[in-house]
Design a protein around this ligand. Structure first.
Ligand code: ADP
Ligand code: MG
Length: 241
């Protein structure tokens, strides 16, 4: 359930624009996009190929510099007039954001536990603490039984859940996912969506997912439609959850 009346948005974008190139080769990937996403919301970005979905996700994730606009993440103003207000964007990402990609991007020569533990070690945890927390997260995502497995031995759904565990390692409240269920059949896609919902509710998080996947449209609280870099319309889904 979304409750927008009493909450402060976790993500607030105001007038975000992004262009690539200049002159004849200029592409306006985002034009004056403003959105708000609240704690416990599961929101989709939908639109044709090239409409700016990935660009928008990457701007929210602070991995792409926008050309104009303002952004607030978890009550912190992070961007103003198209300029970052923090010099250390890597730390900002570590503090606030978890990424889930379409293909799980697990490191092939590390087992499930170490794939998750690595993120924690990069954030400064010692190896033992990192592994314990990694196993906890794998249990939470119901893949604890695969903690010693190498990525190649995992099914698509299991690998995606390990990837979600890794995205959660630093307790981010903003979770960004680019086509998280595209590689999964409907049953496994449903399991992943259930887990994202559980995260939103239990961790008071906001989930923003790019998707084309019609079989999961009814799992989102809201769908933002993008067209040619513009926010075209917004669909609310009263039946979600
Ligand atoms: P979507 O994810 O909706 O398919 P994208 O956000 O990837 O769309 O792309 C939006 C537009 O921006 C497209 O026209 C794309 O070609 C262009 N674009 C994206 N990334 C770059 C880049 N790094 N350099 C130049 N153009 C880009
Ligand atoms: Mg894309």
């Amino acid at each position: 359930m979304s409750s927008t009346a009493d909450a402060v948005p976790l993500v607030r974008l105001t007038g975000i624009s992004k262009h690539f190139g200049e002159g004849q080769t200029r592409v306006d990937a985002l034009r004056d996009v403003s959105i708000e996403v609240y704690p416990r919301e599961v929101v989709a970005l939908l639109g044709p190929s090239g409409s700016g979905k990935t660009t928008l996700l990457n701007v929210i994730g602070c991995i792409l510099d926008p050309s104009a606009g303002a952004m607030e993440l978890d009550s912190e103003q992070v961007l103003e007039n198209g300029h970052w207000l923090r010099s250390n964007l890597r730390q900002l990402r570590l503090d606030k954001i978890g990424f889930i990609f379409q293909s799980h991007n697990l490191i092939p020569f590390l087992d499930a536990t170490d794939n998750v533990a690595l993120v924690l070690q990069l954030a400064g945890k010692d190896a033992g603490t990192a592994r314990n927390r990694a196993v906890e997260l794998l249990d939470y995502l119901e893949v604890g039984n695969r903690k010693g497995s190498m990525p190649a031995k995992l099914s698509g759904g299991e690998a995606q859940r390990v990837a979600i565990a890794r995205a959660l390692a630093n307790n981010p409240r903003i979770i960004l996912a680019d086509e998280p269920t595209a590689a999964l059949d409907s049953r496994r896609a449903g399991i992943v969506m259930d887990l994202l919902r559980k995260l939103a509710v239990e961790q008071d998080a906001a989930i923003i997912a790019v998707t084309h996947d019609e079989k999961i449209f009814d799992r989102f609280d809201r769908i933002y439609h993008l067209r040619d870099g513009r926010l075209d319309s917004e669909t609310k889904n009263s039946k979600a959850a």
